[in-house]
Every structure is written in structure tokens, then in C-alpha cells.
Design a protein around this ligand. Structure first.
Ligand code: PHE
Length: 400
């Protein structure tokens, strides 16, 4: 049994603690009603010691002020306040601790009330903490005007143009056969495009290729100095042989230009891949074998290949190579006409070409070939019109 003095004091303590706790609940409720950032601004930055003063009355506030010094109202601050107010050392816990000393009836009432206040306090505190975090996020979003919680835009990832893919694929095959990749200029001198390739100014073969000449440099005294857009990649043969001694095994991919009217199988700009092999003891058999291996690797074993005798000024003998058409499979159609599509010209390098660049044609011989990249695209994928390659329609290009 407790003495009546002690009992009175305890009753006072309990009453004041309950009152404080009720006030706490009241203020915490207010804080928990924070809905938008304007509300937040109103309470943000209030020193917790200020809040504590309101909550706990002046007697306790000095101590709380000391403990919560420097804390301002934010997520951590609120959490701190919560432990101060309902934690182990708080007034409410003090009340609960003394309950055991009360009589049966008081025990029940005070216990219930205190726990009620405690839970009433804890719930809104949690709410405040979550409100604070989302308000902070909202603030940040407004500041940056960028909602970084939105799913990111996936930038469209492009792919290589079909022409580039084919050049890569062809290069891969020839690199596998020991060839090196070379390049030459698209704007070329008449000399490299024609003369050095055994096609002198008065040679009838020159008229076969309608050429884009550059304005002003066409009518020079010396036709070899005329500047033009190369009509084929063969000038790279000359440029490479001028610089390097045989044995040579090179391929040279690039653009070529001819004054063709665009139709399903022609465009004024197109791509070729030149090939040149210069070595001792190379025969037409080596050329045939190389191209057959290449064609079968590129198109598959089931595609038919045929060599047709032809004429090129810079090769002797010369041939054209056709592959059976992918659209009609050899029946004949709008694209191929006859069932075959010409993909390359080839032949044994003419001794005049070798001599022109100072290679002894008695000691060395070679073969050369030049293929049309767009033609290969048609053959590989059954395109009905090569002009589609240059329409820049992504819906078409992204299929490859
Ligand atoms: N340059 C020739 C053309 O464009 C192709 C070719 C290259 C032929 C190499 C023989 C040797 O038609």
C-alpha cells in the first residue's frame, strides 16, 4: 500500500502526463494533416524545441530543448521526437511504469488511456514521416521540372544500313581468305579511273560508262587530268599497286557513280567491292575457285553461279558472274529478266595494267574482280527494287 502523500504526488504526475500526452496527440495530429508543400512550408524549419514547448509545457521543455537542440522538423527529426515523447524515457512511459503501483480500477483506466494516447501518437507520427518523404520528393520534382520516377525513354537503337552490312560480310569472307581491306578516293582523276586501267582516251570502252565529270576540270588540255566521280572501284587497284609491291591480296569497298537513270536495278550512286590478287603463278582457276568459294559462302550452297565470257579493258580474259535470281529462282522476272542477276565482273589482270605501275608482268600475274553491293542485297534478300535502299524509309531499313 502506498502512503497518501506519495499517492497524491503520483496522481498529479499521472494527470499532467496524460494532459501532456493529449496535447502531444493534438499537435501531432495537426502535423500529420500536412497535405501539400504549402502546409509543409508552414511547419518546416520550426525548431523541435519550439514544438516541444507547445507539447510539453515549460517545465519539461527546457530539458527537451537541450536534447533536441539543432533538430528541425524533418523525417529524422520527427523520428527523434517520437522516441523522446513515447520512447523509454518519455513521460508516457513513465506513467506506464507507475501503473503497477495503482489500484485495480485506476490501473485499468490509466493503462487504457495511456496506451490509447501512445498508439494515437505513434500512428500519426508514422504518417508524418511518410508524408514528409513524399512531400520532399514532390518538392524536388517541382524544382527540377523533371519526373525521374517516370519510366525512361528507350532511345531507338539504329542498325547498320543493309549496304554497310553486306560490305562488312563480304569483307569478312575475304579477310578469312587472307585479303586486306584498302580504300581510294571517290573523286578521282581520269588517269586512275580509265587511262591506267588500259582504257586510253580514245578507247571505245570509255563510252560504255557515262561519267560524271566535275565542272571546269573536264575540258583540260590533258584529258588524264580531268576530275570525275569514279565510275567503278577499279582505280583503287592502281593506287594500291603504285604504293605496294606484290604479293598483294586486297579488297576495296566504296561508292561508284554513273549517269544511269534510276530503275529497279540501277541508281546513279551505288557501291562496289573491288578485289585484286597479284602474285606469282596465279591462274584463271584461282580466280574461279576464289569467287565460287565466296559466292557459296555469301548466298549458300543452293544458289547457282555462272561465269559468262565478257570484255573489260583492264582484264584479259574477262568474265561476268551471275547468280540465280532470289525473286524468281531462275524463272525470269521484272527484276532479273532472264532468271540470272549479274553480280560481278572479273578477269586476269591485263599485263598492260601491271606494267603501267611498274610490276613485271613476266614475273607476276593476277586476277581482279568488282562486284555490285546493291545487286548482292537484291540477291540475298529478294528486294524488288534497289531504290528502296536510298528512300531512307526506316520501316524498310530496320528489317535488315
Ligand atoms: N570495274 C568493273 C565494272 O565496274 C568490274 C571489274 C572489276 C571487272 C575488276 C574486272 C575486274 O564493271
Amino acid at each position: 500500500m502506498v502512503s497518501s502523500d506519495k499517492s497524491k504526488k503520483l496522481q498529479k504526475d499521472i494527470d499532467s502526463a496524460l494532459k501532456q500526452a493529449e496535447e502531444v496527440t493534438e499537435v501531432v495530429k495537426k502535423i500529420s494533416e500536412v497535405k501539400d508543400s504549402d502546409d509543409l512550408k508552414k511547419i518546416e524549419g520550426i525548431e523541435i524545441s519550439e514544438v516541444a514547448k507547445k507539447l510539453l509545457g515549460t517545465e519539461v521543455s527546457a530539458a527537451v530543448k537541450e536534447i533536441t537542440k539543432g533538430l528541425s522538423l524533418n523525417t529524422e527529426g520527427i523520428e527523434e521526437l517520437r522516441t523522446k515523447l513515447v520512447g523509454r524515457k518519455s513521460a508516457i512511459t513513465g506513467v506506464l511504469r507507475h501503473i503497477k503501483d495503482l489500484d485495480q480500477i485506476k490501473k485499468k483506466i490509466v493503462g487504457q488511456k495511456t496506451n490509447q494516447i501512445k498508439s494515437q501518437f505513434e500512428q500519426p507520427t508514422k504518417q508524418i514521416i511518410s508524408n514528409f518523404s513524399s512531400l520532399k520528393l514532390e518538392e524536388k520534382l517541382k524544382e527540377t521540372a523533371f519526373d525521374f520516377t517516370l519510366p525512361g525513354k528507350i532511345p531507338p537503337i539504329g542498325n547498320k544500313h543493309l549496304v554497310t552490312q553486306i560490305i562488312d560480310e563480304v569483307a569478312q569472307i575475304f579477310v578469312g581468305l587472307g585479303y586486306q581491306v584498302a580504300e581510294g578516293p571517290e573523286v578521282e582523276l581520269d588517269y586512275y579511273n580509265f587511262t591506267a586501267l588500259n582504257t586510253p582516251a580514245d578507247h571505245p570502252a570509255r563510252s560504255l560508262q557515262d561519267t560524271f565529270y566535275l565542272e571546269g576540270v573536264k575540258d583540260t588540255e590533258n584529258p588524264e587530268e580531268a576530275v570525275l566521280l569514279r565510275t567503278h572501284t577499279s582505280p583503287v587497284q592502281i593506287r594500291v599497286m603504285e604504293k605496294r609491291k606484290p604479293p598483294l591480296y586486297i579488297i576495296a569497298p566504296g561508292k561508284a557513280f554513273r549517269r544511269d537513270v534510276a530503275d529497279p536495278s540501277h541508281t546513279p550512286m551505288f557501291h562496289q567491292i573491288e578485289g585484286l590478287a597479284v602474285d606469282k603463278d596465279l591462274s584463271f582457276g584461282d580466280l574461279k575457285g576464289t569467287l565460287e568459294v565466296f559466292v557459296k559462302q555469301l548466298f549458300g550452297e543452293d544458289r547457282a553461279v555462272r561465269f559468262r565470257p565478257h570484255f573489260f579493258p583492264f582484264t584479259e580474259p574477262s568474265a561476268e558472274v551471275d547468280v540465280s535470281c532470289a525473286l524468281c529462282m531462275g524463272e525470269g522476272c521484272r527484276l532479273c529478266g532472264s532468271g540470272w542477276l549479274e553480280i560481278l565482273g572479273c578477269g586476269m589482270v591485263d599485263p598492260n595494267v601491271l606494267e603501267e605501275v611498274g610490276v613485271d608482268s613476266e614475273e607476276y600475274g593476277g586476277f581482279a574482280f568488282g562486284m555490285g553491293v546493291e545487286r548482292i542485297a537484291v540477291l540475298k534478300h529478294g528486294l524488288d527494287d534497289i531504290r528502296r535502299l536510298y528512300d531512307n524509309d526506316v520501316r524498310f531499313l530496320e528489317q535488315f
